[in-house]
Ligand binder design. Structure first.
Ligand SMILES: [Zn+2]
Length: 59
């Protein structure tokens, strides 16, 4: 069994896209606490770590 260059290229590209997606998706669904930097779910009004008020980014 041998992979052609184009197949190997495709696998590498899919891998890169998967990594970028995995890194960027959490920031889409979580908002960062301005006080302690902890990521909280978008539906929370206050940081679960320090209790600081979270800004509403839904504009
Ligand atoms: Zn916090």
């Amino acid at each position: 069994m041998s992979l052609s260059t184009s197949t190997l290229y495709l696998i590498v590209m899919v891998g890169i896209i998967a990594v970028i997606t995995a890194v960027s998706v959490p920031s889409l669904f979580l908002k960062k606490c301005p006080k302690c930097g902890k990521r909280n779910l978008l539906n929370l009004d206050h940081c679960k770590a320090c209790g600081a008020g979270l800004p509403d980014e839904r504009q």
